[in-house]
Design a protein. Structure first.
Length: 315
């Protein structure tokens, strides 16, 4: 693998196709993985010492042999790390204590994205969602961290359970399809199971644990206990298709969703409309103005946009 492409990957500027190619190359042999880790350590060492000029030079003059300067940089970085206790984006992920670099994605408000993890698991990330995962999963488990909402279609691997961590609950599966919603800045948390099985463990309060069956969801209550609720409508989880669906939802709940999907703040000054409930469906691509106009057909309200501050006032 050429160094220029690897450095683009380390910088987070590689294309999706380049990322896939790099991961496939790493999986072909242990030698490729060792080379990847060696280059990553070199890159991080230069970053730690602020040697951007050296990084650029390495990219222009790619070679398979580390220079003496690079070797010294690694030694110096190792001393700095040991002294300051700084982690350079590594964690232990295999039985032989090999370090794998971490990868993270953040989806801004108003957007959504689909990614494929190193084991072939497909993940759809909703707006304002962050995922962190290793570029190579370990031999005993596959572990990711989520802050936000994500839909998982997990690749089956009986030898390595798939673990999803959030700030409120952890989930463990082998191969299944489920939706997780757990924003760190929100009190609500729920996991909905479509196929397979999910073991859910709460971090807070009573630290409840249960195994979820298909067509049901677990909701976290304030005391830390998990409440199981049957699911007979999967339209709300079609957000990954670009659809905003709701059934018998309060006006305030719908406004919260619109804030998430379109990246705005909504201030409801017309308090009387908070008592109303709605059922409907919007395409995210149609925009927030279309969604609000549709709601206006059922109840009278006006809205005013402050585009400079990204605020919508409901009056």
């Amino acid at each position: 693998m050429d160094r220029e492409t690897l450095y683009k990957f380390f910088e987070g500027t590689a294309s999706y196709e380049e990322e896939v190619r790099i991961r496939q190359w790493m999986e072909r042999s242990r030698e490729n993985k060792r080379e990847f880790l060696k280059e990553r350590k070199m890159f991080d060492a230069m970053l730690l010492l602020g040697d951007e000029k050296t990084i650029e030079e390495k990219r222009r003059h790619a070679s398979s042999r580390l220079s003496s300067l690079g070797t010294e940089l690694i030694k110096m970085a190792a001393i700095v790390v040991a002294t300051l206790g700084v982690s350079i984006l590594y964690q232990i992920v295999s039985d032989k204590n090999e370090a794998a670099p971490m990868q993270s994605f953040y989806v801004p408000a108003g957007q959504r994205v689909r990614i494929t993890l190193p084991d072939g698991t497909n993940v759809w990330l909703n707006a304002r969602t962050k995922i962190v995962y290793p570029t190579v999963f370990g031999k005993s488990a596959r572990q990711v961290t989520i802050d936000g909402e994500a839909y998982f279609d997990v690749a089956e691997d009986k030898k390595r359970p798939f673990i999803v961590e959030t700030n409120k609950c952890d989930m463990e599966v082998l191969g299944t399809k489920f939706n997780v919603e757990g924003y760190s800045d929100k009190d609500d948390f729920e996991v909905t199971l479509m196929e397979g099985s999910v073991r859910v463990a709460s971090h807070i309060g009573l630290r409840d644990t249960l195994t979820l069956k298909p067509d049901s969801k677990a909701c976290l209550q304030k005391d830390g206990k998990l409440k199981v609720v049957p699911v007979d409508d999967y339209n709300p989880y079609r957000w990954k298709e670009g659809l905003i669906c709701f059934r018998n939802e309060s006006f305030l709940s719908i406004m919260n969703d619109l804030e998430k999907y379109f990246g705005v703040s909504i201030v409801v000054e017309h308090k009387n409309i908070l008592k109303y409930y709605f059922t409907g469906k919007f395409r995210q691509a149609d925009g927030i103005d279309y969604a609000l106009r549709v709601l206006q057909r059922d109840i009278r309200f006006k809205y005013e946009r402050d585009d400079e501050n990204q605020i919508i006032y409901i009056r």
